[in-house]
Write a protein that binds this ligand. Structure first.
Ligand code: ADP
Length: 484
């Protein structure tokens, strides 16, 4: 079966296999190290040490033999004589020596304290029976002694000299235990590192999916499906269900946009008719009472407001369907600014100041964009400034020409906007938390999202800076047209 024919794999199974392989590898390496160390200890260190040390002990006995008189030497050597020689040997750390012969067993002083006579007999027999005189004898509880036998030249009675050494007391054995402990420690570390790395690798797809998910936005649902290729089988149903859900959402978003677009279209005509009739009644009839005139005036204002909202919705739905036409032509900035100011002054009670007269060469300045849309954007910002400020507070329009861009700022002395809300207010249907809507005003939360969309379509941008309690400054930037 090829890799491409089996694109899905199990997270759990992969991790299980890796863990098994790591544990198995750990055990094998540990076994190899332990066995190698033990073999090295037995074959090289222990055997050589035993031979050297037993010869040293034997030489001390021979020295004593050499000091015998001629008569004593002649009578020598029974097991009792050896008993005497052995008693002078100084051995420590559990080491003992024995003479084993037909007449019995003669031992060093410590031998009978450290070991039972039957155990000493076992050591002697094991080493005598071994081919090269060396034997390892277990005395229980995982403790072992090494016994080295040397044949004595004293006849049947004297037999064999046996040197016994408990191996747990040997420095080499202690070193071996340390090496084993060290090796185990290194192995545990290596195993840990391998397991952590494997876990990272195994859970990589989960991390990749969460990164992909984080990059999905409501307005980018078109390309938001998650790839199921080479995904682990545990995650496959989740991915497939997620993709189905995105598809449903996408369809719902399309329907919603379609609905908004249809409603806006369908509502506009009757609203225009209502507004027309209201205007004609208001203009022509002299028979209306003051109260009737006021009521019709309010109705007319509301129709206008509804119309503006529908235009906003229509603009947004056109932009969503890539049908919004926004020009990017060079045009003279001053007439648009003056037009926007005229409309704003007629619509709002707040004093609206401007610095147009103080801007050098403003009459010759051309920018790139759509003059009508720019007027719409400025109108929107001045509308907000007037809406959120008290009626007597002034609003200012400032123009700054900076190199290749022009910045048109609308400044108010209203309530200001909390810093954590400054980004949010450019989103659709969003109002700033902490900014109260003045009594009698309405709010759709669409204005700034339309300004953003229009400015981007013109190749410009919109930004805000604000201080709570002092006011806000909204700035539109447009590129300056190339001078001929
Ligand atoms: P709307 O004004 O219809 O609610 P906008 O998109 O124009 O929608 O504005 C979004 C929010 O930003 C407003 O609800 C308001 O909280 C805040 N905001 C906008 N302009 C100002 C301003 N000049 N001063 C204080 N808050 C403002």
């Amino acid at each position: 079966m090829t890799a491409s024919a089996r694109p899905h794999w199990s997270l759990a199974r992969r991790f299980l296999w890796i863990s098994l392989a790591v544990v198995l590898g750990h055990s094998v390496v540990s076994l190899v190290i332990t066995t190698g160390l033990r073999e090295h200890l037995m074959n090289n260190l222990l055997r050589g040490t035993m031979q050297r040390q037993s010869l040293l002990a034997l030489n001390k006995i021979n020295d004593q033999l050499d000091q015998l008189s001629a008569a004593e030497a002649k009578a020598c050597c029974t097991i009792h004589d050896y008993q005497r020689f052995l008693s002078r040997l100084e051995l420590d750390d559990g080491k003992v020596a024995l003479i084993q012969g037909q007449a019995g067993l003669a031992t060093t002083r410590n031998a009978r304290v450290l070991f039972q006579p039957s155990q000493l007999e076992r050591f002697a027999n094991a080493s005598i029976k071994a081919n090269d005189g060396f034997a390892m004898v277990d005395i229980g509880g995982n403790e072992a002694v090494a016994a080295q036998e040397i044949k004595l030249a004293g006849g049947a009675q004297t037999g064999h000299f046996i040197y016994v050494r408990p191996i747990y007391a040997m420095p080499a054995v202690r070193t071996q235990s340390m090496i084993k402990f060290g090796a185990e420690l290194v192995l545990i570390l290596v195993t840990g590192v391998v397991l952590v790395m494997s876990a990272k690798r195994v859970f990589q797809p989960v991390r990749r999916i969460s990164t992909d998910l984080a990059s999905i936005e409501l307005n980018t649902l078109d390309g938001a499906t998650l790839s199921t290729a080479k995904a682990p089988i545990e995650l496959l149903p989740i991915l497939e269900e997620f993709n189905r859900m995105v598809e449903r959402l996408r369809q719902a978003a399309v329907n919603q946009k379609q609905f908004a677009s249809t409603i806006s279209h369908e509502f506009r005509t009757p609203l225009t008719v209502i507004s027309g009739f209201l205007q004609s009644v208001l203009n022509r009839s002299d028979t209306l009472t003051e109260q009737q005139r006021k009521a019709l005036g309010i109705a007319d204002q509301e129709v206008l407001r509804l119309n503006r909202m529908l235009s906003d919705l229509l603009d947004l739905s056109r932009a969503d369907n890539h049908q919004l036409s926004v020009r990017r032509d060079a045009f003279s900035l001053l007439p648009s600014l003056e037009h926007a100011l005229r409309l704003a002054r007629a619509a709002h009670r707040n004093p609206i100041h401007d610095d147009l007269a103080a801007v050098p060469n403003l009459a010759d300045l051309e920018v790139v964009g759509d003059p009508d849309r720019l007027v719409q954007c400025i109108g929107n910002l001045i509308g907000n400034a007037a809406k959120y400020s008290p009626p007597d507070q002034p609003v200012a329009l400032e123009v700054n020409h900076q190199g290749t861009a022009v910045e048109i700022s609308v400044i108010d002395q209203g309530p200001g906007i909390p810093a954590d809300q400054l980004e949010r207010i450019f989103e659709r249907f969003t109002r700033a938390e902490g900014v109260a809507l003045p009594k009698g005003e309405s709010s759709s939360g669409l204005g700034l999202s339309i300004v953003t969309m229009l400015m981007q379509a013109m190749g410009g941008s919109v930004s805000v800076s604000s201080t709570v309690g002092q006011g806000s400054r909204f700035s539109l930037r447009l590129p300056v047209a190339d001078q001929p």
